[in-house]
Structures are given as structure tokens and as C-alpha cells.
Design a protein around this ligand. Structure first.
Ligand SMILES: [Zn+2]
Length: 428
């Protein structure tokens, strides 16, 4: 009898799994539709416009988890079946452009930035919608909506440069694994072996950091060699400019340690033939700095003494949507969070809707907010200060990787594990 029940359960499980796979096969192939688009605007407004569509040969993302229920990020891409209007794919993401919109410069200048997102390649005509979250109400509003016919001659199907790709770790089917791709930036032709060695070093630091320690087998790790003319990266505040593959630099928004690149196109060109759920740009310099935006990219330097921690911290932003928990360092943002609403990041709260955050992780009888006294300071709580400001935003532990490179707090750890489950195509 027990065997029969087990068999029945296994049969049910299989049919559910197969159903989800069939649903994917009904709408998509395991290739990618890459959508390059401009975001233009300033503090007051923004608009989106398509720049290029590409068919690319690999889809490494999940196939069962087609709909993104996290509600993370400043933007969402939604794909609807044209004939039924059913939502068949969605995914949230951040951009560097939205951060720029909160700077002083955006009050007086209008700019246009290139962004790029890849989705599974549709089988029939779909409606693609890009929405943006308005900080005034925290809701997503449509920016752009258009039909895409997958057979259109206006979709570029050309091959791009075949860079050397190294499998640092391969654990299985990319649809069921997190595919983390390191890309070389500021490595000259002579530095290419160093890049692969650096990517291996960073892979080890990731899996030595809880909670990643227990989930190594959920990751495939790739390294894409790109050759730069010059070593290093721009330090524009000191008049140093380098000719590098991804056009990166410090002094993003005028902050010396903030290392980013404004241009997504060469990044996406580098991963056109690689399964890719997460991108880390590894910069060949020993200067302190980095950056990371949710489901966009993370960036860090190869040879600084704090570099392993910076890598895990920045990857926390880009991979799991984690907010900065610090509140005393210089940043260029103004009114980054609207305190009237609950922020979307899983590791900070304005207490507007704390029930949706880490309340269930608090020890019994923890006061909310939590005083930073001897009885509470080393336990999960709700401590004031986080998200760049000292008042009105609260963090889950006094210290965390997202504040000062301490071990991840329980709220961050849970968010990371949930994202691993999502991208490994499991229940999340
Ligand atoms: Zn944390």
C-alpha cells in the first residue's frame, strides 16, 4: 500500500513538473530574445525606446519559473501571449539609469542610457511590455508596449565574436542551475590567464561564504575572456582614462569608489552564446571599489585586499536584490527611498509593511524597533539606520555583509536562498 501511495505521489510530482515544462514549450524555445532599449529622461520623467532585437542561441534561465513573483526592482519586463493576452513570462530588474535619476545632475540634464534584457525566445507573436516603478506610489506603470513577431526579419540573428569561454564549474542543465558568468574587463592579451585564475579565486570565495556554502551544486560558473587594449579602468576624478572592453570606470555619479559601466551592449555581446543568469564584471586593478544592480550586473576589482568581500557584497545587490544596510558613507543619491512606502528590497524596512519582511525571523518578544543594547545587538532585530539614511529605515542585524562585510544577516541569507531556488527552477 505504502509503495502504491509513493508511486502515486511520484506520478503526481512528475505530471506537475512535466506540465510546467510543457507550458514553457508551448510558448518558448530554449533560445533567447535579447531586447536592447534606451531609457531616457531626468528627475521628472523617463521614456523607453527599442534599439535592437536579437535572436541568441541559448536560454539558461528557468523554464518552470516563468513568472517572477519577487516584485523586486525598478522595472519589469512582461510578456503576454498575443492571442490570449495571458502573461507568459515576467522578470524584474534594476538599471544604473534609475540611480542616475536620483542624482543632482538629473535635475538639470536629460540623458539617454542603453540597457538590455534577455527573455526566452517566443514561438508566436507576443506583446512585450516594459514597466517602471514610480517612487511616488511604488507601483509599476507601463513605459513601452509592442508586439514582437519571432519570425520578423527585423530581429538580428547574426553571430557575434566567439570569445574564449571557460567552464569553471559545471553541475548540470543550465535551465536548472544558476549560471554565473564572469567577464574580463581591463585585462590585456597578456593578462588572460590571470583573468581565469581570478575568476576561480572569486568562485571559491563565494562558496566559502554562507549561505552559498551549502548550495554549490546549484551553480554553473563560466568565465568569458575579453581582451582590453589597456590594463585597469578609468579613474576620471584623477584624469585617468583607459581603453577597455566594457568602458568601465570609478567616480560613477562623482563617487570615487563607485565602479560601473553605463553601457550594457558590450556586456550582452560578451554573453551572447553563454547560459547566463547573473553577470559579474571582474576589473583588473587593485583599487578599492565596485557596484551592483539587481538582475543587471555586479562589478568588482581583482586585486584589492578587501576584494573578496566586495565581490560577495556587490553580488548580493545584483543576484538577490539586497539593499545596502549602511547609512553613514557618502553616496550621490537624493531621496533614494520614499519613507511613506515599504521598500521592495527584502533586507530593509520602513515599518510600513514589516509583516512582509523578516518579522518571522525575530526571536520572541523582540521590540520593534529594536534598541541596540547588550541584550539585542547580536541577534536579529529591527535596527534603525540602513539604505543610506540613519532615520526611518531599519535593518535586520547590526552588522551584515550588506553593511560592513560581516556574515550575511538572516533576512539576506533567506533572500539569497530563495533566489537560488528560483533560478534553479525549484519552488521558491
Ligand atoms: Zn543583511
Amino acid at each position: 500500500m505504502r509503495t502504491q501511495i509513493s508511486l502515486l505521489l511520484i506520478a503526481c510530482f512528475c505530471s506537475l513538473t512535466c506540465l510546467a515544462q510543457n507550458e514553457f514549450d508551448k510558448y518558448f524555445t530554449t533560445k533567447s530574445l535579447r531586447i536592447d532599449f534606451a531609457l531616457s529622461g531626468n528627475t521628472q520623467f523617463q521614456a523607453a525606446a527599442i534599439q535592437q532585437l536579437r535572436e541568441e542561441p541559448v536560454w539558461g534561465g528557468p523554464v518552470k519559473n516563468r513568472i517572477d513573483k519577487f516584485n523586486y526592482g525598478g522595472y519589469y519586463i512582461n510578456i503576454y501571449d498575443k492571442s490570449t493576452n495571458e502573461l507568459i513570462y515576467s522578470r524584474g530588474f534594476n538599471t544604473l539609469f534609475e540611480e542616475w535619476r536620483t542624482t543632482e545632475q538629473a535635475k538639470t540634464e536629460t540623458q539617454s542610457w542603453t540597457n538590455s534584457i534577455s527573455v526566452p525566445y517566443p514561438k508566436t507573436t507576443v506583446v512585450v511590455e516594459i514597466t517602471a516603478r514610480d517612487k511616488a506610489d511604488m507601483q509599476f506603470h507601463p513605459l513601452l508596449k509592442m508586439d514582437i513577431d519571432p519570425a520578423s526579419i527585423f530581429i538580428d540573428r547574426g553571430k557575434l565574436k566567439e570569445n574564449k569561454v571557460t567552464q569553471i564549474q559545471y553541475e548540470g542543465n543550465p535551465n536548472e542551475k544558476v549560471d554565473l558568468v564572469f567577464i574580463a574587463e581591463g585585462y590585456t592579451a597578456d593578462d588572460q590567464d590571470k583573468f581565469v585564475a581570478d575568476a576561480k579565486k572569486f568562485t571559491e570565495s563565494l562558496f566559502q561564504t554562507p549561505p552559498y556554502t551549502t548550495r554549490r551544486k546549484d551553480f554553473n560558473i563560466w568565465a568569458v575572456n575579453l581582451i582590453s587594449e589597456d590594463k585597469g579602468t578609468d579613474i576620471s576624478g584623477k584624469g585617468i582614462y583607459k581603453n577597455t572592453a566594457l568602458n568601465s570606470g570609478y567616480y560613477t555619479f562623482g563617487v570615487d569608489r563607485y565602479l560601473t559601466t553605463p553601457d550594457m551592449k558590450p556586456i550582452r555581446d560578451a554573453v551572447w552564446n553563454v547560459p547566463c543568469d547573473a553577470i559579474f564584471l571582474l576589473v583588473n586593478t587593485d583599487t578599492y571599489g565596485g557596484g551592483g544592480m539587481y538582475n543587471f550586473y555586479a562589478m568588482g576589482t581583482a586585486d584589492n585586499e578587501k576584494t573578496q568581500h566586495v565581490f560577495v557584497h556587490e553580488f548580493g545587490h545584483s543576484f538577490a536584490g539586497l539593499a545596502d544596510e549602511y547609512f553613514s558613507s557618502e553616496v550621490a543619491y537624493q531621496d533614494f527611498y520614499n519613507l511613506k512606502y515599504e521598500p521592495w528590497e527584502p533586507n530593509i524596512t520602513t515599518l510600513v509593511d514589516f509583516d512582509s519582511k523578516w518579522k518571522d525571523l525575530l526571536p520572541a518578544n523582540t521590540p520593534i524597533p529594536t534598541p541596540l543594547d547588550a541584550a539585542h545587538k547580536d541577534k536579529p532585530g529591527v535596527f534603525e539606520g540602513g539604505g543610506y539614511i540613519s532615520k526611518g529605515i531599519y535593518r535586520p542585524m547590526d552588522h551584515c555583509m550588506m553593511r560592513d562585510y560581516a556574515p550575511f544577516c538572516p533576512a539576506c541569507s533567506r533572500a539569497i536562498l530563495r533566489m537560488i531556488d528560483f533560478l534553479s527552477d525549484r519552488e521558491y
